[in-house]
Design a protein around this ligand. Structure first.
Ligand SMILES: [Zn+2]
Length: 338
């Protein structure tokens, strides 16, 4: 006996405001779940090959379980779904994961804690899902940068979030020495003076962007020449021309690698030289990057590289336009990554 949609709609007229709101929420959840399953089911057209023995004669096997159709191999008799053998094989909360994935490519991604609360899943689960998806897009759009390549650094405040170093020090000062500085929140709370040489607590990220919009962003261990050198070597195409502010590291790199470097004296207020030499695209990326990072309130330094990859992916995706993308691109990539 099926309930007609018209019947449900008529019944809705008798619902209170609260009940309607509940209905909207549960309908959205059901929709998210169906869409997540549809993504898995749509991965392969028709009967899937057996992931165990690669035989191609699989038959539908019983009713759907957990929303996915089960199949049975005609050769080895094992059963499986289209998620078997993919990165989603053991994910029970596919719909929640799909929502997390969709949030990651939205205009304003949420912090893990907020998402976890909304979805009723553990904060660490959200974090692990994020790591897996970021893993699947590592290096996305990272072709060698060519032509005129703008280079500039941006900085994120160092964070020791989650390190528990102060808590450990308080418990056992013998074993755990005093951390190198107070927690950032204590500066405000206890009116401490900010440390001198603040640059020591700033994590530099080198951003390289060519005029086609291809971007590389890499965390530097420190503002030392050798870290610049490694990052630049890894990203520049053979004939790329480097464009930077007046910093000496770039000149030195140009000499060491016999590479053409065009510098703009931004300190003197010069923004564009000879009509083409400027670092305004890199700077615009910085602004978007800082904006993107704000909701995360200073992610742990050890995770900066992950956020950098995430930012580059989002930016490149936006630039390419969503037309060529599936509805949930990160889930789709995760599925494809296997
Ligand atoms: Zn088989």
């Amino acid at each position: 006996m099926t309930t007609g949609i018209a019947e449900i709609e008529r019944a809705m007229e008798r619902l209170s405001l609260d009940q309607l709101q509940r209905l909207v929420t549960s309908a959205q959840t059901a929709l998210d779940k169906r869409e997540a399953d549809a993504l898995v089911e749509g991965r392969v057209q028709g009967a899937p090959a057996c992931p165990h023995c690669l035989n191609e004669k699989a038959m539908r096997w019983g009713a759907t379980r957990g929303g996915l159709q089960r199949w049975r191999c005609g050769s080895c008799a094992k059963t499986f779904t289209k998620a078997t053998g993919t990165a989603l094989a053991h994910v029970r909360k596919r719909s929640e994961m799909a929502i997390v994935a969709q949030d990651m490519v939205s205009a304003k991604p949420s912090a893990c804690r907020a998402l976890a609360g909304r979805l009723g899943v553990d904060k660490m689960t959200v974090w692990r899902w994020r790591l897996r998806m970021l893993e699947a897009v590592r290096g996305y759009g990272h072709d060698a940068l060519a032509g005129l390549v703008e280079a500039d650094e941006t900085f994120f405040r160092e964070s020791r979030k989650g390190s528990r170093e102060w808590a450990r020090h308080a418990d056992d000062p013998q074993q755990y020495p005093e951390p190198p500085r107070p927690r950032w929140r204590d500066y405000e709370r206890h009116g401490l003076k900010l440390p001198r040489g603040l640059s020591r607590w700033q994590i530099p990220v080198l951003v390289l962007r060519d005029r086609h919009g291809a971007t590389a962003a890499e965390r530097l261990q420190a503002l030392r020449y050798r870290y610049f050198e490694t990052a630049l070597d890894g990203s520049l195409a053979g004939d790329a021309v480097l464009c930077s502010d007046g910093a000496a590291v770039y000149r030195r790199y140009g000499r060491a690698r016999s590479r053409r470097v065009e510098q703009v004296n931004t300190k003197a207020g010069i923004r564009v030289r000879d009509g083409v030499f400027h670092i305004q695209n890199a700077n615009a990326f910085h602004a978007r990057f800082q904006d993107f990072m704000r909701p995360f309130r200073g992610p742990a330094t050890k995770n900066i590289a992950l956020y950098t990859g995430w930012m580059v992916y989002r930016d490149a995706r936006q630039a390419r336009g969503p037309a060529e993308d599936p509805r949930n691109p990160l889930m789709a990539r995760l599925l494809a990554a296997g």
